[in-house]
Design a protein around this ligand. Sequence first.
Ligand code: SF4
Length: 252
Amino acid sequence: MFIKISGKNIERTQLLLVVGWLILIVSLFYDPISTYLTQPDRLFGPSSGDLCFQFQGECQPFITYGLGPRIFWGMIIPLIIISLLTFGHELWRSVCPLSFLSQIPRKLGIQRKYIIHKNSWLGRNHYYLQFALLFIGLNIRLLLINSDRLLLGLFLLLTIFCAIIVGFLWDGKTFCNYFCPFACVEYIFSEPSGVFQLETDTKKVLPMSQSACRKWKKMVAKLVIVLVVNPIVLISIQKHPIGLKLSNQIEH
Ligand code: SF4
């Protein structure tokens, strides 16, 4: 569907998203606008004449807050998920600002162009690496960066830095294919295909190599077996007369 949009427009959109994302990151360190907008009776502030709110019987003063983390977690991430569900990962990969930033060394002509071989450790284990990075990232989010603007800003800068380093060392879209933890999320939300995804993108014989976001199929299938099917099978066995008999014998 969106293939009708010209490559130039896609590039412009990507550039716009890069600029928007960088502005958001800057706002996590310095943001006088949010302070103004979240004051009482302003656009995003509470509308109360008391200038305080009741909390456990006490009148607590309203405090202004930065909108950056709310925009990032509450608007940007859900919009990416919606785009994955509707257009598959095809659209997102074309406009992803992180993917664009990882390609800066190539655009500057300073890329080292190392290649990751399929039989190398990384070639064989990158699914596990990406999933481990996602797991670590989710824990960091829950424990540290969810509502802390400064830490979220540092975390995003570190992610961009890592993407650029990978883009500097390796050829092609190595960051997307071998390192980006979001690739597994993309697979889960965009497979077997988005609602408006192009037929050509899901054909078995493909004229071009496909991204890692699609290669997660096997890995996710394994995880589903381990996390979902196994417990279901165990519960079914336990409920079966033979299973009940066996578990009774084990208990005694
Ligand atoms: S794999 Fe990561 S960097 Fe690549 S398009 Fe997806 S989110 Fe962006």
